[in-house]
Design a protein around this ligand. Structure first.
Ligand code: NDP
Length: 474
């Protein structure tokens, strides 16, 4: 929006070079050409990501969360693949019913219940909000009501757990693998639908990208902002709900299972619920701000987001809680406090860094960062129709320490979740390993995009702020 506001209306001219680099105006956003490494990674992920999720969940179900034991069993001939598969719960009508109701309920909350939270929560930005300007120069409107959906869902969850008893609070854990099949069906269905829609009835044809490579287009998406009707936005819906609303419910279900199995909920489980709960609530409190993050304002909607939000996120981001059902860890007070502090400091850095950029962009630099007027680098870029826009890259506050200090805070928080599980197994550490790869790759991806977008202005910025994640090191 800030960039949009900065549009100097009269300055419209088409050109194929900008900012001293030979970049086409339409290069920022997802790639147009596919290099062999990207293609190989994509085919690998399409083939193996569903298997990775299955392997992790099956390891907990059949091997007490050991990632090594299934391999040893297979190599020594103790078990055959078919034995493992035969012991895996299948899709059930019950799970299909639960999942359908769950997704339908979230659709209703998203589409039919306009936000009222912004009317009484001071500082909360909800209701109809504008997204960032797209490469085609479009500014979409979104109904921001995720916090409301989260609150309603959780109030109903607790009302059921403590008053109505219509279903057990362990329902998610008890149906975890059958629900995995349902999530996969939805993930593949929505990605396939998005691909077909991109070809035959796109919401905005100018914001579609076709590389000509089927696998790349399926994975990374064709349409930038696919929608059904005026308000059902695929990216906003699948990014936030059903995956992120479910995240805290899944953790609550794990806590309920611990209570059922062991008669108590361990402090490690409480820590996971609290720290991840803060992260999820932060997401919904700042949903309008997320419209300006890479997922919403740069990525196209394909399998990466569609399947990823339905399957990868709810199943792999919640591994710590799942692990703690099988291995209830009671931390000593010092360790629990240390982990809590790490999680809270990480969260503080994550939020403050994001807040500084948001404030800076919203006020067009007319604000104070750490008590001083922020320093910045002026830059310009061009949209698909040749309109020239101006923007600013801040070099003050956390953005002067490193170019992605928000990721550093995120990684500290992620490490805290994993540490709650102790050191007996590698499985709960998947999250920090994955987040380190994801966010490091994102640094590279984002910087490549920013360079395409801002050209030599971006180079001036990287000279002023030379480190990516850890000042003085990387
Ligand atoms: P950022 O919020 O860091 O946004 C990057 C964009 O900000 C750039 O593309 C550029 O966009 C702009 N920008 C870059 N440097 C500056 C600067 N110095 N001053 C002003 N603007 C700048 O990245 P993400 O969208 O990836 O992440 C948002 C948050 O979400 C992060 O905190 C991240 O940790 C978190 N996250 C969490 C994930 C999870 O799975 N848990 C996954 C991904 C992200 P522009 O074109 O506008 O200039």
């Amino acid at each position: 929006m800030a960039a949009h506001q900065e549009k100097k209306g009269e300055e419209r001219h088409r050109q194929s070079t900008q900012n001293g680099t030979r970049t086409s105006q339409v290069q920022w956003g997802r790639a147009w050409e596919v290099d062999w490494f990207s293609l190989a990674s994509i085919i690998f992920l399409l083939m193996f990501a569903p298997l990775i999720v299955y392997y992790f969940i099956m390891s907990c179900d059949q091997y007490q969360c050991s990632l090594i034991d299934p391999v040893i069993d297979l190599l020594t001939g103790n078990e055959h693949l078919s034995d493992i598969w035969n012991k895996t719960p299948t899709l059930t009508y019950k799970a299909a019913g639960i999942y359908t109701l769950w997704v339908a309920f979230q659709v209703v909350l998203y589409v039919c219940v306009p936000d009222f939270c912004h009317k009484f929560l001071p500082g909360y930005v909800g209701g109809v909000q504008e997204g960032a300007v797209t490469p085609a120069g479009v500014v979409n409107k979104y109904e921001i009501n995720g916090l409301q959906a989260w609150i309603i869902t959780h109030v109903l969850w607790f009302a059921n757990a403590y008053c109505f008893h219509c279903f057990s609070p362990t329902i998610i854990f008890d149906n975890w693998i059958p629900l995995l099949w349902c999530a996969n069906i939805l993930g593949y269905a929505v990605s396939t639908f998005a691909m077909i829609k991109g070809y035959f009835f796109p919401t905005n044809a100018k914001d579609c990208k076709f590389t000509g490579n089927f696998f790349y287009d399926y994975m990374m998406g064709i349409e930038f902002n696919p929608r059904i009707g005026k308000w059902f936005d695929f990216k906003l819906f699948f990014n936030g709900r059903p995956g992120i609303v479910a995240w805290t419910l899944i953790n609550l279900s794990y806590a309920a299972k611990q209570q059922e199995l062991y008669g108590q909920v361990t402090n490690s489980m409480i820590l996971v619920n609290v720290l991840q709960g803060i992260y999820v609530l932060d997401f919904f409190w700042n949903e309008a701000w997320y419209l300006k993050t890479i997922d919403i304002c740069h990525d196209h909607f394909g399998w990466y987001l569609g399947w990823g939000d339905c399957v990868w996120l709810p199943y792999l981001y919640t591994l710590q809680g799942l692990y703690l059902v099988y291995h209830p860890v009671q931390l000593c007070t010092a360790n629990a406090i240390g982990i809590l502090m790490l999680g809270l400091i990480g969260y503080y850095i994550f939020r403050m860094t994001n807040h500084q950029k948001d404030l800076f962009r919203r006020t067009n630099g007319n604000c104070k960062i750490w008590g001083k007027k922020p320093e910045y680098i002026e830059c310009s870029y061009m949209s698909v129709d040749g309109t020239k826009y101006y923007s600013k890259l801040m070099t003050s506050g956390f953005w002067g320490w490193a170019r992605h200090f928000n990721y550093t805070g995120d990684l500290m928080g992620s490490l805290a979740y994993c540490l709650t599980c102790g050191f007996d197994h590698i499985l709960p550490y998947f999250y920090i390993i994955y987040m380190t790869i994801l966010l490091t790759h994102r640094c590279v991806r984002d910087e490549h995009r920013c360079f395409s977008k801002y050209g030599k202005d971006w180079k001036r910025y990287t000279a002023a702020v030379p480190y990516r994640l850890i000042p003085g090191i990387f």
